[in-house]
Write a protein that binds this ligand. Structure first.
Ligand code: 3PG
Ligand code: MG
Length: 401
C-alpha cells in the first residue's frame, strides 16, 4: 500500500480545504447518465463538513483544451452535487483561480461548500504549470486529493499542487488504493485475472504485467481472437489484429515462464452481423465458419471461467468478454458477472473490477453492489494494471515523507 496521509491526519477545522475531485461524469443531452463519481465523492465532502472545514471542490470536465467552453461548464453539476451531500447548498465560482475564485472562497463559513469552474479552462492545468498550481494554492490551506480516476494525469491540480500545501488522500482515493493493493499486492491466492475488450494492442503492457502477477489469466472479447489467430486458429471475419500475431505469440510464451496459465475461449457464439437479435450459433473454437464473426464466448468457456472463479480467492477484472452492448452477445459477460457476484456474496472471492465498459457490463448484469470493489476509474485503473506509477498517487506519497 502506498504511504500517504488521510483526512484523519489533517487539522482542517475552520480551514480552506482544496478538494480535487473527478466530476468528469458522462452527460448526454445535458443530463448526467451516471452520477456514480459524484455519489462516491460525497462521503469525503461530508467528512470535511463534519470537521468544520471550508470545502472548495475543483475538477476537470471533458477536454476543453485550455480555453473556456460553455458546453463543458461544471455549473450544471451543482444540483447533482447538492443532492449527493444531503441537499446542502453548493456555491459556484465561474473561474477556478483569481479574484472570482477568491471572492467565492472568502464567503465560505466552516461547513460550507463551493465548486470551482472547470480546471481545464486554463492551459496551465494540463501543462502541470507551477504558476497555475500556485494560483490554486492561494485558495486553500490544505489539499485533499480524492480523484483516483484522474491520478494517471500529471496535471497541476493533481501533481504540482500536492507539493505546495499539506496534502492528504480523500476517502474515495483511500478506498480505491486499498482495493487495488489488496487485489495485486500480497492477495489471497489463487488470483484470477479476467481481461477482455477489443484490442490486444492497447493492452500489451497490461497483459505482460498481469501475467507476472496472477496464476491464471482468462481472456475474452475480440482481443482473444488475436491470440487465437496467433495460435494458428481460423477466426473467420472476427474483429482481430492480424499484424499483432507475433507480439501475441510472445505474450502467450511469456505465461509459462511466469507460472501463469492462460485460458482462451474453447467455444464461441458466432453470427453474420453484429446486430441486436442477430441469428447466432454456438461453435467449437476450431470450427468458426469463414464467413462468420466471433461475438461472444460460448457455454463451455463460461463454465470453464466459472470453475476457475470457484477456485480463485481473488479476482481482478477489466474488459467485457463479448460484444456485450448488443444482445444476445451480452450473455457470456452477464453470466460470468453473475457468477462473480454469487461467489463474492458467499465470501469465497475478493473481486475487484474497473474500466468504463466493465462497469457498464456489471450494471447491466445488476451485480455492481455484489462485488468487493468496483473502481470509478477508467484510464487510471488500466495504468495501475500495467504496473505504472500514477503521478497523483506518487505526489501524495511524496507529500507524506
Ligand atoms: C476519466 O474520465 O478517465 C478521467 O476523468 C480522466 O479524464 P481524461 O481522460 O480526459 O484525462
Ligand atoms: Mg478517459
Amino acid at each position: 500500500m502506498p504511504n500517504f496521509r488521510t483526512i484523519e491526519d489533517l487539522d482542517v477545522r475552520g480551514k480552506r480545504v482544496l478538494l480535487r475531485a473527478d466530476l468528469n461524469v458522462p452527460v448526454r443531452d445535458g443530463v448526467i447518465t451516471d452520477a456514480t463519481r459524484i455519489e462516491r465523492l460525497a462521503p469525503t465532502i461530508e467528512a470535511l463538513i463534519e470537521k468544520g472545514a471550508k470545502v472548495v471542490v475543483m475538477s476537470h470536465f471533458g477536454r476543453p483544451k485550455g480555453k473556456p467552453d460553455p458546453a463543458l461548464s461544471l455549473r450544471p453539476l451543482i444540483a447533482s452535487l447538492e443532492k449527493a451531500i444531503g441537499g446542502r447548498k453548493v456555491a459556484f465560482s465561474a473561474d477556478c483561480i483569481g479574484e472570482t475564485a477568491q471572492r467565492a472562497v472568502v464567503q465560505l463559513q466552516p461547513g460550507q461548500v463551493a465548486l470551482l469552474e472547470n480546471l481545464r479552462f486554463h492551459a496551465g492545468e494540463e501543462a502541470n504549470s507551477p504558476q497555475f498550481a500556485r494560483a490554486l494554492a492561494e485558495l486553500g490551506d490544505v489539499y485533499v486529493d480524492d480523484a483516483f480516476s484522474a491520478a494517471h494525469r500529471a496535471h497541476a491540480s493533481i501533481e504540482a499542487l500536492a507539493h505546495l500545501l499539506p496534502a492528504a488522500a480523500g476517502k474515495l482515493m483511500e478506498a480505491e488504493l486499498e482495493a487495488l493493493t489488496a487485489a495485486l499486492e500480497g492477495p489471497a491466492r489463487p488470483v484470477l485475472g479476467l481481461i477482455g475488450g477489443a484490442k490486444v494492442s492497447t493492452k500489451l503492457d497490461l497483459l505482460r504485467f498481469m501475467i507476472g502477477k496472477v496464476g491464471l489469466l482468462a481472456i475474452g472479447g475480440a482481443m482473444a481472437n488475436t491470440l487465437l489467430l496467433a495460435e494458428g486458429r481460423e477466426v473467420g471475419r472476427s474483429l482481430c489484429e492480424r499484424d499483432m500475431a507475433e507480439t501475441a505469440r510472445q505474450i502467450l510464451s511469456l505465461a509459462p515462464q511466469r507460472n501463469c496459465r492462460i485460458i482462451l475461449p474453447e467455444d464461441a457464439v458466432v453470427a453474420n452481423t453484429l446486430a441486436a437479435g442477430a441469428e447466432a450459433q454456438e461453435v467449437a473454437i476450431d470450427a468458426v465458419p469463414r464467413d462468420m464473426m466471433i461475438l461472444d464466448i460460448g457455454e463451455r468457456t463460461i463454465a470453464r471461467i466459472g470453475a476457475a472463479l470457484a477456485e480463485a480467492r481473488t479476482l481482478v477484472w477489466n474488459g467485457p468478454l463479448g460484444a456485450f452492448e448488443t444482445p444476445p452477445f451480452d450473455h457470456g459477460t452477464t453470466m460470468v458477472a453473475r457468477k462473480i457476484g454469487e461467489l463474492t456474496r458467499a465470501g469465497s472471492l475478493l473481486s475487484v473490477a474497473g474500466g468504463g465498459d466493465t462497469v457498464a457490463a456489471l450494471a447491466a448484469a445488476g451485480v455492481t453492489e455484489e462485488l468487493s470493489y468496483v473502481s470509478t476509474a477508467g484510464g487510471a485503473f488500466l495504468e495501475w494494471l500495467e504496473g505504472r506509477e500514477l503521478p497523483g498517487v506518487a505526489a501524495l506519497t511524496a507529500a507524506a515523507e
